[in-house]
Design a protein around this ligand. Structure first.
Ligand code: ADP
Length: 291
């Protein structure tokens, strides 16, 4: 467990107010890190994540901090306000998870469309690399989205898979066929880069004290918005009301399902690389479905 005085010093330096932690309660539920809710003597409540082997993922917490800052600055959808991060930990505003309001699905759909609309720009990527889960996620910017997707998303995951002792695996040849056809599959519609949460599965979205949406644990970059929906579709949890509300604000272009499958594949490959063969069949099925 992380040293309390180290946390207190960091919080005091970041906020300008002396920090004395009076309670630290372990918070289960995350897939990667150790998490705590911290109570301070002056009544402040923070959420803190640490990792026993944080040095294996250099910059993981600092990049999360920067993504929370970027998302928060849009004032379109609630994210926990970050307080301080360094190599070993991140501290952020804590929220209390409540029952979702009856229109939580519509709200999150509308708010995500608002986030995407408010952040339109020309360059895909981000000025720093980050992680998707614990996998490094390269973000060096490009103006060509298809090239970005091929070189910064699809190919690195395939290379990771190959390097894991799978060089002759049929999945690699199949992914190669997809890679060759990406220009045609992703060409239209030409859409701008928008700020993505980047890892928006249902476990990274909740209802706050007001029952309204809050999203956290981002892997942000600027990408086409259909890539956000690729992750949202992987495990479900966002339903037709969410997508309808999104489309009322900013409708998706025709024939988006095939492109969304391309984007979902990135996360399926990442799960294959992180968690093993259980995801193999879905990767194969997704590529076959696209081709
Ligand atoms: P990990 O990086 O390990 O996946 P998460 O960031 O997803 O961890 O957080 C783990 C769990 O803690 C979440 O599923 C959520 O329930 C809760 N949580 C996340 N952020 C906060 C926060 N700011 N305040 C309170 N609880 C939080």
């Amino acid at each position: 467990m992380i040293d309390r005085s180290q946390l207190e010093d960091a919080i005091a330096a970041a906020t300008g107010d002396a920090a004395v932690i009076v309670a630290m309660a372990s918070r289960s539920g995350g897939s990667i890190n150790d998490a705590y809710i911290m109570d301070l003597a002056d009544g402040r409540r923070y959420f803190c994540k640490t990792h026993a082997r944080a040095e294996q993922f250099p910059g993981m917490f600092v990049t999360e901090y920067r993504a929370l800052e970027l998302l928060g600055a849009t004032a379109t959808i609630r994210v926990p306000a970050p307080v301080v991060a360094d190599m070993d930990f991140i501290v952020m505003e804590a929220f209390d998870e409540h029952r979702p309001a009856p229109d939580w699905q519509e709200q999150i759909g509308r708010q995500l469309a608002g986030l995407h609309q408010a952040t339109r720009c020309d360059r895909f990527g981000l000025d720093f690399d980050n992680f998707i889960g614990t996998t490094p996620q390269p973000n060096t910017p490009l103006e060509d989205w298809v090239r970005f997707w091929r070189e910064r998303r699809l190919e690195p995951q395939i290379e990771l898979f190959a390097a894991g002792g799978n060089r002759g695996d049929p999945l690699i040849a199949l992914a190669g066929k997809l890679s060759e056809r990406l220009d045609e599959i992703l060409a239209d519609p030409v859409e701008p880069a928008v700020l993505l949460h980047g890892d928006l599965w249902s476990g990274n979205a909740a209802a706050d004290e007001h029952g309204t949406p809050i999203i956290y644990d981002p892997a942000s970059y600027y990408g086409r918005r259909e890539a956000e929906i690729g992750m949202m579709r992987m495990f479900g949890g966002f339903d037709a009301r969410c997508y309808a509300a999104y489309a009322e604000v900013w409708p998706l272009a025709d024939e988006h399902e095939r492109r969304i499958a391309v984007y979902r594949l990135y996360h399926e490959l990442n799960h294959l690389n992180l968690f093993g063969r259980g995801y193999y069949d879905s990767c194969i099925a997704t590529i076959r479905g696209i081709l």
